[in-house]
Ligand binder design. Sequence first.
Ligand SMILES: *Cc1c(COP(=O)(O)O)cnc(C)c1O
Length: 377
Amino acid sequence: MYKIMTPGPTQVPENVRMARSLACTNPDLDENFVSFYKETCELISSLLHTKNETLILSGEGILGLEAACASLTEPGDKVLVLDNGIYGRGFADFVTMYGGCPEIFHADELHALPADELAAFLKEHHDYAYATVVHCDTPSGVLNDIHRICPLLKEYGILTVVDSVSGMFGEDVRVDDAGIDILCGGSQKAVSAPPGLTFLTVSDDAKQKMKKRKTPIASFYANLSVFEGYYEKKWFPYTMPISDIYGLRAAFDNIAADKELLSRHARIGEATRAALIDVGLSLHLKDGYSNTVTVFDVPKETTADAILTTMRDKHGIMLAGSFDDLAGKVIRIGHMGANANIADMTVTMTALSDTLTSLGVPLTADLGLSFMQHLKE
Ligand SMILES: *Cc1c(COP(=O)(O)O)cnc(C)c1O
C-alpha cells in the first residue's frame, strides 16, 4: 500500500471507510434513506455557505461538470469559458457537445486569472448565457479568485458555473457571497472519500434557466432537473449508491467537526512552498498558489518518471506528475483533505529530499527540516 500524497484521490480516513460498510437498506423504498440523502445535501450546502439546494449524483467529478453544462446549455447558447488551465478550457468540450457555442477567454497559465482584464473584457462582451470557471486548476495548481470573478459575471446577468472539485474545503468557498449558480464538487479530493460521487449546489436562477428551456435537456443521467421534487415524491430518478453516500456523509461530518481545516491547509501549503524555494527548487506558478496542491518544475538533472518511481519504490509514497502539455514537466504534491496533516507531509518532504539528492539534484538544505522550520513561523 502506498501513501497517496496525490492531488486526488486522497487518503480516506478509517471512519469514512467504515461508514461504507454499514448495512444497506433499499434506497428506493426506505423513506429514511430519502431523509438521510436530503440531510446530507443540506449539510453540504451549509458547509459551502449557501441556501441553494445541493444534489449528490452517482458518478465521479466529471459527471458534475458535464451535468452543469448539459442542464444549462441550449443549442446556440453563447458560453464564456474562462481558461488558464487544462480543466478551464476542458469546459468548452462539454458546451459544444450539448450544442452551445463556447467562447474562450484565455489567460496566462502561470498566473491566477486576471480579474481586472476580465472586467474590461466584459464591458464590451457580455452576451453569454453562462460562464465557466475553475477554482483550482489541478494540473498546474493555479487558484482563481472566484469570489471576485463570479460577481463580475453576475453584474451582466451571466450565470456562473464553478468547478471547485480540488479547491473546496482546502480553500474558502462561499457560494452565496460569490453568486455561484452551479458549484461542482467531487468526493475524492479535499472531501477525502473514495472517488465515485459528485455533488452540485444549484441556484434558483440556474433552475429557472432549466425550466424556461425551449429544448429538452439532451441527457437523463446528466440532467439536474430530474431530481426536482424528489423529497416530496420520495422518489429518486435512479437507485442511489447508498454505501458511497454513507461514506460521503461521514467525510462531511469530519469536515463539519474540523474547525482548523482551512487554517491547516494554509499553514501546510505555505510551508511546502517556502521549503521548496529554500532548497533551490522552482515552483511552477508565478502566483495563484492553491493550498490544496503544490506544483514544482522537474529539475534539469532528472526526470518526472525517475522522481515518481523512486518516491514510490523506495519510500512507498505516491506523488503525481501531470498531463497534457505539462506531462513530464512538473511534479505535484497533493496536500488536501486527509493529506493535509503535518506527519504525512513531513515524511513526504523528507523522502522527496532523499529522492532528489539520490538523483543528482543539488539541494541547498534538507526539504523535511526546512518544511518543519517554516511550519513554526
Ligand atoms: C479531479 C478533478 C475533477 C474530476 O475529474 P477527474 O476524473 O478526477 O480528472 C474535475 N475538475 C478538477 C479541477 C479536478 O481536479
